[in-house]
Design a protein around this ligand. Structure first.
Ligand code: LIP
Length: 268
């Protein structure tokens, strides 16, 4: 795909993320209309997830009818040019009116993510990255934090019920034994965006789907951080573990969660 075609998709992603965020914000402030339903233990879907999912699919099919679409709520399959979407990442936070959730939209072409958008509509923070063009928040360039070392590092360690609890407890134990501090804030997309903009120093989780992370991983790469090779071993369709962080803590954080790191261009 040529640069102009990617640029068109990159601009469109930001437009529909903002419109989808307005839908989420309406539900968020509406009182009981959120209507959370359980897909599984601590795994919710709300009316807003479903409405935003339908909205984004409809807009993308109108604008780019030949592109593939993969979303958390409607599924999908691989395609050379693929939109990968989480209508609301951080649904539990959203359902409890905690303003730590995002619309996450990634465009994945010929095996790599070219465009990523993570939009928190309550805080009105639009995190955007296009491969090779850097990362921004509300139009201002963002960079990962100049971490001094592990005792200066705060890691968001997401919990997935799709892996044994003992594995998560062990992961947290290794983080703390390595002198990291950790939080568990409930949204991978927002957590990765916070690594990219320098609020925290790393993100890790034992299992996530591509729609949770592809946009956020590109944000981190384009903001000077490093990321795990999420799409190796078919992570795009089957999910995988996730690790991302600032250059200064790459080795100690990889010892905590030893998974392959993407071999893209070194952090700038
Ligand atoms: C969430 C992720 C989070 C994870 C949660 C959940 P959702 O995505 O962003 O990192 O810990 O279990 O998977 O379900 O809110 O889109």
């Amino acid at each position: 795909m040529n640069s102009l075609d990617i640029a068109r998709r990159h601009a469109f992603a930001q437009e529909i993320a903002r419109e989808a965020g307005a839908i989420a914000r309406r539900y968020f402030h509406s009182g009981d209309a959120i209507g959370a339903m359980e897909k599984g233990a601590h795994d919710l879907v709300t009316q807003a997830d479903l409405e935003i999912d339908r909205f984004l699919i409809e807009r993308l099919r109108q604008a780019f009818p030949k592109d593939g679409i993969l979303t958390e709520e409607s599924g999908g399959s691989a395609a050379p040019n693929l939109w990968v979407i989480d209508p609301i990442d951080g649904t539990t936070n959203f359902a409890r009116r905690i303003p730590h959730f995002a619309v996450s939209i990634a465009f994945h072409a010929e095996g790599r993510t070219e465009s990523g958008v993570v939009y928190n509509p309550v805080l009105d923070e639009m995190f955007v990255a296009r491969r090779g063009f850097g990362a921004t928040c509300n139009g201002q360039p963002i960079r990962v934090r100049p971490t001094r070392g592990v005792t200066d590092a705060l890691i968001d360690a997401g919990y997935s019920s799709k892996r044994p609890l003992a594995d998560y407890v062990a992961l947290v134990g290794r983080l703390l034994e390595s002198d990291f501090a950790f939080v568990q804030n409930g949204s991978a997309a927002i957590g990765l965006a916070q690594v990219a903009c320098g609020r925290i120093d790393g993100y890790c989780e034992l299992f996530l789907h591509s729609w949770d992370v592809l946009a956020g991983l590109l944000l981190v790469e384009e903001a000077g951080g490093w990321v795990s090779d999420f799409t190796a071993q078919n992570g795009l369709l089957q999910g995988s573990a996730v690790l991302a962080g600032t250059p200064a803590i790459r080795e100690p954080l990889q010892r905590v969660l030893p998974i392959a790191i993407a071999t893209g261009a070194p952090p700038r």
